[in-house]
Design a protein around this ligand. Sequence first.
Ligand code: FAD
Ligand code: PHB
Length: 389
Amino acid sequence: MRAQVVIVGAGPAGLLLGQCLLQSGIDAVILEQRPAQYVLGRVRAGVLESGVVALLERLGAADRLHAEGLVHEGFDIAFAGGRVRIDLAGLTGKTVTVYGQTEITKDLMDARAAAGGNTVYEALDVALHDFEAERPSVSCIKDGKTLTVECDFIAGCDGFHGISRASVPAGAIRNYERVYPFGWMGVLADTQPVSEELIYVSHERGFALCSQRSRTRSRYYVQCPLSEQVDEWPDERFWAELRRRLPADAASALVVGPSIEKSIAPLRSFVAEPLRFGRLFLAGDAAHIVPPTGAKGLNLAASDVHYLAEGLIAFYKNKNSVELENYSARALARVWKAERFSWWMTKLLHRFPEEGDFGRRMQLAELEYISASRAAQTALAENYVGLPY
Ligand code: FAD
Ligand code: PHB
C-alpha cells in the first residue's frame, strides 16, 4: 500500500491532522492500534480554546459543537473560604467551550467516514521504518497479516505511550520531565453540574475541580495519592471527599448520582525536543504532556496539527518545505508557554505535602494577590483562553 502521509494514532491529534490533509486532497492513512469504540469511550478533555473551535469549523466538523457545546465566559477559583471569578470574556474578549473529547472524536470520525478517509483500526505491532531516509514506511499486523504502507512522511500522533517517539534513536532526542507526586481521581455522573461555570478548588485536603459535559452531565475531580486505585474509591467516598473540599454553598448544592466513568490520571509535565526526525514528525501527547490543571493537552495537540498541516500542505501544493522545516520550532514555542502555565496552575492549586506550611502560605498569598489584581487575573485569563497561533 502507498500513501503520501501515514498518521500513527486516531486520537484527537491524528483525526484532526487526517481531516486537514483530506480537505487539501493529500492522501493520508491512519493506523490505530485500538478498536474505534475504545477510542470513542476514553473520557478525557472537556475545555476547548477558541483556536480548536475555529479549526473544527474550518474542517466542517463543528455543527454539533455549536449546537451542544457550552460557551463559558469565566470560571471560579475557591480557596480558604474565599472565591475569585476569572472573567475570561471581560479580561480577554475571548471565551472557552465545554465540549467533551469523546464528542470531538465522534464528530471527526464521522467527518472522516463521510469524506472517505482510510483509518485502519486494530492495527497491531505498528513499526516505523527508514524515516531518516528518503522512502519511509510503516508496517503493522492487521487481521493476522502484515500490512506495509510506503509513504513520504510519518506523523506520530500516538500519544505519550506510543511507538513513534520510542522509535527515535536516544541520541537524537532530548526529554524534559516533571512527575507530580499525586493524581486526579475523576468521576463522570449524569447529574446537574453544581454550578454554571467551572470551579477550581485549592483546599487543605487537596485540589478539587467541578467541571461538566452538559447541563445534565457533571465531571468532578479530586487530587489523590498516586498509591491509590480506583476500586479504593467507591462513589460514596468520592462524593464525601469532594463535598469536604468545596465551598459551603457549592457543597450544599452538589447533586450526587451513580458514576458512569471513574478513573485515576497521573500528573506529568513532559516535552520532547525536537519534534522532527527526518521524515517523522511528532504531534500532540506523543511529543508533550501537561498536567490537566490548565486544560491545555488537547488544545496543544490542535495547535501542533495546525502548524504541521500548514507545513505538509505548503510542501505538496507549493513545493515549499520551509514551513515543514520550521514545524518543530513553531510548535515548541507555543508548547513551552502552555507547559509553563499548566505547571504554574498545578503548583498554585494542589497540596504538596513536602512544601509544608510555608508552601501553603505562599499559595494563599498568591491566590489573595490574584483576587485583588486585575493584572494578575488578565495574565491567568490570557493563558487559559489560549495564546494565539
Ligand atoms: P491520545 O488521545 O493519547 O491519542 C493517541 C492515539 O494513538 C490513541 O488512540 C492510541 O490508542 C493510539 N496509539 C498509541 N500507541 C499506538 C501504536 N503503537 N500504534 C497505533 N496507535 C497507537 N486537554 C485539554 O485540552 N482540555 C482539557 O480539559 C483536558 N482535560 C483532561 C483531563 C484528563 C483527566 C486527562 C487525562 C487529559 C485531559 N486533557 C485535556 C488532555 C487530552 O485528553 C490529551 O492531551 C489528548 O487526548 C491528546 O490527544 P492525542 O491525539 O495527542 O493523544
Ligand atoms: C474536564 O472537564 O475534564 C476538565 C476541565 C478543566 C480542566 C481539566 C479537565 O482543567
